[in-house]
Design a protein. Structure first.
Length: 564
């Protein structure tokens, strides 16, 4: 896969080469990889939380040329008396946004898991924004272990099933088609980074008994014959890591502590036998507490990843039981819940918040009673908001039929942009000083909520002294609730004179929340960071549009979607 020109320029500027990234290479954010990559020797028997080396030994100077800088950990923070708060998304009031409606989705299906009815679910299906058609697109499984279907939406909340003229209705791949076959929990990925039109769509056909296969397509209709990735359990997934220009495979294995994940990477997506090059990666750990009503140890059921701004997001589906046999006998769904992880090197996950990001209700009759799945792509970006698609199971169909995998629908949860964590000054004044950072832009931007207080910023030199003209007293106060707002100093002073010089930012916050900061090259606020599964206004996988993308998003979003 060849990078688009803009990404080549960005990565070259950050000393990333076009070939395979060697061991001990310095990444875009100053992190030095270990000599052995990917790391081997992690113990699948251990229930200890994953060690994250770069948090113990951060770089002396952190380049911040790519993306918004989030406060999900202490990587960027040298000193602060602000309080970190983690946030959860809110369910869209119209949930579920896609319910079983076609004959295939409503039908009762008999298989190895018993009889199931009224099912449309993501599995490992993808939800992306396609700028070519100005549409959100969702690939999902129509009926239990059924074919792969597509739904489309203008705003991400009202979904339609287009007539595709392929396998009937909105079905992209029907069960039993020769190559590739649908019928397991397949993953579809819209690749806007590729310069090869024949690889714009990528597809993982999951066949646990015969070996999973990889396919590509120009239009999502006619697929390549594919190559065999290798054998694995169900619900494998993959994602592109643009920070290192590699495809990462999240491979489900059954290990000594149950369901877990292996890791494999490749420059080329269509690499035969990629699963044979995997290493043990991660699992649930002792901080993932059992459901007290069940008592089973937690396991890692699914792990999706995606680049967002300057980090990688990990959507962990944590399995809490009960065992499938008990659920099948009782005819109710098992419990899986969605938690988040964050990575700055592409392998090690920091999981600071163990409360569910999206939680199963466990309540009889609720569409999301249990068995939650996230989506390939993780989240969409729409102006001030992030959209998280997820599947939930009720265990009961409209006809009253009950089953372990019955009654599946798809909903949407919404979070403020960059809203995973904020640094808060609640009813008092506080400060946050960054570690030394380096940048090439000229305009400072923040994502902040402080209309009843205020934010000021100053710039310190390498010795910790305030740079003349960039003091707190020179800063123009910010009093706003905005996910993109500029910070300036008297006389129209910007940061151009400080480019490529190690400095620290010190933020003064009163009665508010600070979510992120970044330095942009122009006044639009474009971050050059990555926009996950995309959204209105973005024609690439990274942000070159800034406020211009916000304008396009607001044109299609519901009127109720406002920060005010």
């Amino acid at each position: 896969m060849k990078r688009p020109d803009k990404i080549s320029i960005i990565l070259a500027a950050l000393a990333l080469g076009a070939g395979h990234l060697p061991s001990a290479e310095v990444l875009y954010n100053g992190i030095r990889l270990p000599d052995e990559w990917p790391p081997r020797g992690l113990d699948p028997k251990s229930d200890a939380p994953m060690d994250v080396p770069y948090l113990k030994n951060p770089p002396a100077v952190i380049p911040i040329g790519i993306g918004r800088q989030l406060f999900v950990d202490d990587f960027l923070i040298e000193k602060t008396d602000l309080r970190r708060t983690f946030h959860k998304p809110k369910d869209h009031p119209g949930n579920p946004v896609l319910v079983p409606a076609t004959a295939a989705e409503l039908a009762r299906t008999k298989g190895s898991e018993g009889e199931q009815e009224a099912v449309c679910y993501l599995g490992a299906g993808g939800v992306f924004y396609d700028p070519a058609d100005a549409l959100f697109k969702m690939w999902y499984t129509a009926g239990w272990r059924g074919g792969i279907a597509m739904a489309t939406s203008r705003d991400g909340f009202a979904w339609e099933r287009p007539e595709l003229g392929l396998a009937g209705g909105n079905v992209v791949l029907a069960p039993g088609m020769n190559e590739p076959k649908a019928g397991w929990d397949n993953g579809v990925y819209l690749d806007l980074a590729t310069r090869n039109p024949s690889e714009r769509f990528k597809f993982l056909a999951q066949r646990p008994k015969k070996g999973h296969t990889l396919h590509t397509s120009t239009d999502g209709r006619a697929w390549s014959r594919g190559v065999t990735a290798g054998p694995a359990a169900d619900y494998c997934s993959f994602f592109y890591n643009p920070f290192r220009d590699v495809w990462v495979h999240s491979i489900k294995r059954n290990g000594p502590r149950g369901r877990a994940r292996d890791y494999a990477e490749s420059r080329e997506f269509m690499r035969p036998g990629i699963y044979r090059h995997s290493v043990y990666w991660t699992n649930a750990d002792r901080l993932d507490h059992p459901d007290p009503a069940v008592g089973d140890a937690a396991q890692l059921y699914i792990l999706h990843g995606m680049a967002y701004e300057s980090i990688l997001l990990g959507m962990f589906s944590i399995h809490l039981g009960p065992h499938n046999t008990l659920c099948d006998e009782g005819r109710f769904p098992k419990i899986t819940e969605l938690k988040l992880g964050f990575s700055r090197d592409g392998f090690h996950w920091d999981r600071p918040q163990r409360e569910p990001f999206i939680q199963a209700t466990r309540k009889e009759g609720d569409w999301n009673r249990g068995y939650l799945h996230g989506a390939t792509g993780v989240c969409l970006v729409a102006g001030d908001w992030l959209y998280f698609s997820y599947t939930g199971y009720s265990g009961i169909s409209p006809t009253g039929w009950r089953g372990l995998y019955t009654g599946a629908s798809i909903g949407m949860a919404v979070l403020r942009r960059d809203g995973f964590a904020s640094m808060d000054a609640d009813g008092k004044d506080g400060t946050l000083t960054t570690r030394p950072v380096r940048f090439g832009g000229r305009h400072l931007f923040v994502n902040v909520d402080c209309p009843g207080g205020g934010l000021l910023a100053e710039v310190l030199d390498a010795s910790g002294e305030v740079i003349n003209g960039y003091a707190k007293s020179d800063c123009l106060p910010v009093r706003a609730n905005k996910t993109l707002v500029a910070v300036g100093w008297k006389g129209g002073r910007d940061l151009a004179a400080l480019g490529d010089t190690p400095v620290r930012f010190r933020f003064y916050l009163s009665n508010g929340k600070l979510y992120s900061f970044w330095v942009g090259k122009d006044e639009s606020g474009a971050s050059l960071g990555f926009v996950a599964a995309g959204g209105p206004g973005y024609d690439r996988i990274y942000d070159t549009k800034g406020l211009h993308a916000y304008e396009e998003a607001r044109a299609v979003m519901p009127a109720a979607m406002s920060l005010e």
